[in-house]
Write a protein that binds this ligand. Sequence first.
Ligand code: XMP
Length: 319
Amino acid sequence: DWTMAAFRQEAAAKIREQVGSGRVICGLSGGVDSAVAAVLIHEAIGDQLTCVFVDHGLLRKGEAEQVVTLFRDHYNIPLVHVDASEVFLRELSGVSDPEQKRKTIGRLFIDVFDSEAAKVGGADFLAQGTLYPDVIESVSFHGGPSVTIKSHHNVGGLPDRMKMKLVEPLRELFKDEVRALGRELGLPDGFVGRHPFPGPGLAIRIPGEITRDKLDTLREADAIYLEEIRRAGLYDVIWQAFAVLLPVKTVGVMGDARTYDNVLALRAVTSTDGMTADFFHFDMNFLGRAATRIINEVRGINRVVYDVTSKPPGTIEWE
Ligand code: XMP
């Protein structure tokens, strides 16, 4: 793709110009955006870049391993892997307000990067995979009055005490363009085609308080749902699919025993940029199959519902 080849050259030149001989630290989230940003920056400035993957304990099943393998083995880009799940879960305990969750996570991310930057002898720049829709959605909604719908954890600049400047080479791109750039940079198809995943991770897919147990339950259910979606050949036609663990218990029956367990909501949408979205029209047999598997295989869930809300009026994520 000649346009992406040109963008790649220009963006690399801009990064070199901005950074000079400075040191850059790049936060990887596990998603496509930060991975593409990191590979692009590495191409531009080589070992002036240090990548830091903060595992906040809010990732999907197998996600941390996939990212580490991609960077260390496929690209041979040095990667610091920080397991910060203890801190994140401790600071999030008792927090149930969605904006409070997002702000807590954003603050902790900065703290961890700050201390990792100090460890590598200080960094002058912090690189992020911020996209154009992240920028506008955090500022205003569809050109309307300036109301914050959600504080994206990675938008809004850095606290004053932080001396690092931001490097955001994807700030003008939409998701499909980032994917094209990722392919141009040689990222594996399976990685580039992954559904978007929000920085605050599973924390915003568990309304109410977050606990390790709830996270484990959601991770298992989510993995089964996505496995069924792949098996049905639907992964690539869906923009994003995920499960949400509801803080609601209902009565059920399993064998000849009464159960009293949580409800799981399934969500799947089609979209081109995440700004608007339509709920996905599954075949009912598919939904029945996924629900049966989840209820049989995941302890703690005895009822599954499907979300038929489009965006607007809903947002894609529940929080
Ligand atoms: P909403 O829920 O606002 O989401 O309709 C639109 C798209 O953005 C993703 N999303 C985020 N991505 N940091 C991110 O990197 C965030 O804080 C964040 N919040 C939502 C969401 O998954 C969807 O693709």
